[in-house]
Ligand binder design. Structure first.
Ligand code: HEM
Length: 417
C-alpha cells in the first residue's frame, strides 16, 4: 500500500485496535471473540445468554442463537451488500463472486454454477477422491516419522479436487496451491496492511492465471466447470471477469474450508479416544464424524448479513444497512437446538433425529454450493485415516489459524505410529 494511503490505513488500524481492546477489557464477549481465544465456547455461551440479538460494545449486532440465525438467513430482507449496492466498507472480497452479491446478480451466477455441483454429479467424485487420498497416505507412510497433518494431508486433498473440478490443467496445480495459501488470509478477518496487500496481489495474479486457463480449456474442453460455462460465456450470460472471479473464489471457498473440516475432525477424534475407537471399529460412521465435526468444531465460525430495509426482529429495530454477525459456531452449540451441545458424539445424527440442521454451510440463498463435495471429501479422508493411520497420535502442540472466522490449524504435528 503506497505512502499516504498506507499511513492512513495504519492509523485506522491503531484506532480500531484501541477501540477493540477497550471493548474486550470491558468483557464484551464479541470483542473478546475477535481476539481468537483458544476455546471460544464460553464466550459463545455468553453471547447466547445476551438474547436473540445483542449489540456488542464495538457496535456490531450479533446473534449466536440457532433459531434466530436460521430465521435471518432465510429472510430476503437480509442481504450481503449495502442498499446502495456497494460492499460493506471493511470487506475485502471479490466484488464479482456470488457470495458477495444480492439478487438478481446472485441468482444468475448461482444458476449458472449450480449444475456443476449437482449432488448426483458430485457422487461420481467419490472414487476419484479415494484415489487421491490413497496416494497421499502412501506418500506419508513411505516417508515415515513425524509430519504436519495439515500440510502433508489436509491441505493437499481439497486443492487437487477443486483444481480438477474447475478444469485447471495439471501444470497450474502448484500455482493454484500457492495462490490459495496466500488468499487464505482473506478469511482471517482484519488483516494487517501488508497481508491485505499481498491478498490483493494474489487475487490479481489469480485473475491473470485463470485468464490463461480459460483459453487452454477452450482449446481442450472436458468434464469440468469451466467447460460447462463456456456456452454462457459465448452467449453473454456470463462475462469473462465473472467467470474468473468465480474460479478465484472457488479455489479459496472450496479449499480453505474443507482443509479445516478434515484437520478438525482428526484432531477432535484424537482428543476423544472413545469416539476414535468407535469410529475405527466401524468406519460406516464416517458421515456422522463429518456431521458432528461440522457442528462441534465449525470450520467457518461466522458470516455477515446486511439489513436491506428498516425492520424489527426479536423486539429490536434494525435500520437498513445495519450489519449483523451470524455466529454459526455459537448457534451450532445452542442448547435450545442440540441436546448436551458441548458433547462430541459421532452418533448424534442417527440417534437424535429431531435436532435441526447445523449452520456450518449457512442456509437460505447462500447455502454452500459445495456442501455435498465437502462432505464426500471429508468422509473419504476420515475413512482412510481410520483404516490406514489407526495409530495416529499428536506429538507436539498445535498452532491454530489466527482467525476469528475460520477455525482450524496451521500446524498439527503427528506421527503415524
Ligand atoms: C467444510 C467445507 C465447507 C464449508 C464449512 C463451507 C461453508 C460455507 C458457508 C458458511 C457459506 C455461506 C456463507 C454465507 O452465507 O455468508 C458457503 C458458501 C459457498 N461455498 Fe462453501 N463451504 C465448504 C466447502 C465448499 C466447497 C468444497 C465448495 C466448492 C468447491 C464451496 C463453494 C461455495 C460457494 C460457491 C458458496 C457461495 C454460495 C452462494 O453465495 O450462493 N464450499 N460455504
Amino acid at each position: 500500500m503506497a505512502g499516504g494511503a498506507g499511513q492512513r490505513e495504519q492509523a485506522r488500524r491503531e484506532v480500531w485496535n484501541a477501540f477493540l481492546g477497550s471493548a474486550a477489557q470491558q468483557g464484551d464477549p464479541y470483542a473478546l471473540l475477535l481476539g481468537v481465544p483458544e476455546d471460544p465456547g464460553p464466550l459463545y455461551a455468553q453471547l447466547r445468554e445476551k438474547g436473540p440479538l445483542y449489540r456488542s460494545a464495538i457496535g456490531t449486532w450479533v446473534t449466536g442463537r440457532h433459531a434466530v440465525a436460521g430465521k435471518i438467513l432465510r429472510d430476503r430482507r437480509f442481504g450481503v451488500r449495502l442498499t446502495n449496492g456497494e460492499k460493506a466498507p471493511e470487506a475485502i472480497e471479490f466484488d464479482n463472486s456470488m457470495l458477495g452479491q444480492d439478487p438478481p446478480n446472485h441468482t444468475r451466477l448461482r444458476k449458472l454454477a449450480a449444475p456443476t455441483f449437482n449432488p448426483r454429479r458430485m457422487e461420481k467424485w467419490r472414487s476419484r477422491v479415494e484415489e487421491y487420498v490413497d496416494e497421499l497416505i502412501d506418500r506419508i507412510l513411505a516417508k515415515g516419522g513425524k509430519f504436519n497433518f495439515m500440510t502433508a494431508f489436509a491441505q493437499q486433498l481439497p486443492v487437487r479436487v477443486v483444481s480438477e473440478l474447475l478444469g485447471i490443467p495439471e501444470q497450474y496445480w502448484r500455482s493454484a496451491f500457492r495462490l490459495t495459501r496466500r488468499m487464505a488470509h482473506l478469511m482471517d478477518g482484519d488483516a494487517s496492511p501488508e497481508v491485505a496487500d499481498d491478498v490483493l496481489q494474489a487475487i490479481d495474479e489469480s485473475a491473470r492465471v485463470f485468464g490463461e486457463i480459460v483459453v487452454l480449456v477452450r482449446e481442450n474442453p472436458g468434464e469440468n466447470m469451466i467447460s460447462d460455462l463456456l456456452p454462457a460465456l459465448d452467449d453473454g450470460t456470463l462475462s469473462l471477469d465473472e467467470l474468473i472471479a468465480l474460479c478465484t473464489f472457488l479455489i479459496l471457498a472450496g479449499v480453505e474450508t474443507t482443509v479445516n473440516l478434515i484437520g478438525n475432525a482428526t484432531a477432535t477424534l484424537l482428543g476423544h479416544s472413545e469416539q476414535w475407537a468407535m469410529f475405527k471399529d466401524d468406519v460406516s460412521l464416517a458421515p456422522g464424524v463429518v456431521q458432528e465435526t461440522l457442528r462441534y468444531e465449525t470450520p467457518v465460525q461466522q458470516y455477515r448479513r446486511i439489513v436491506q430495509e428498516d425492520l424489527e426482529l426479536g423486539g429490536v429495530f434494525l435500520p437498513a444497512d445495519t450489519e449483523l454477525a451470524i455466529c454459526a459456531g455459537a448457534a451450532n452449540r445452542d442448547p435450545e437446538a442440540y441436546h448436551d451441545p458441548d458433547r462430541f458424539d459421532i452418533t448424534r445424527s442417527t440417534t437424535r433425529r429431531g435436532e435441526p440442521e447445523v449452520l456450518s454451510f449457512s442456509m437460505g440463498m447462500h447455502f454452500c454450493l459445495g456442501a455435498t463435495l465437502a462432505r464426500i471429501e471429508a468422509e473419504v479422508a476420515m475413512t482412510a485415516v481410520a483404516k490406514r493411520l489407526p495409530d495416529l497420535r499428536q506429538v507436539a502442540p498445535v498452532r491454530r489459524r489466527n482467525s476469528y472466522i475460520v477455525r482450524g490449524m496451521l500446524q498439527f504435528p503427528v506421527a503415524a505410529a
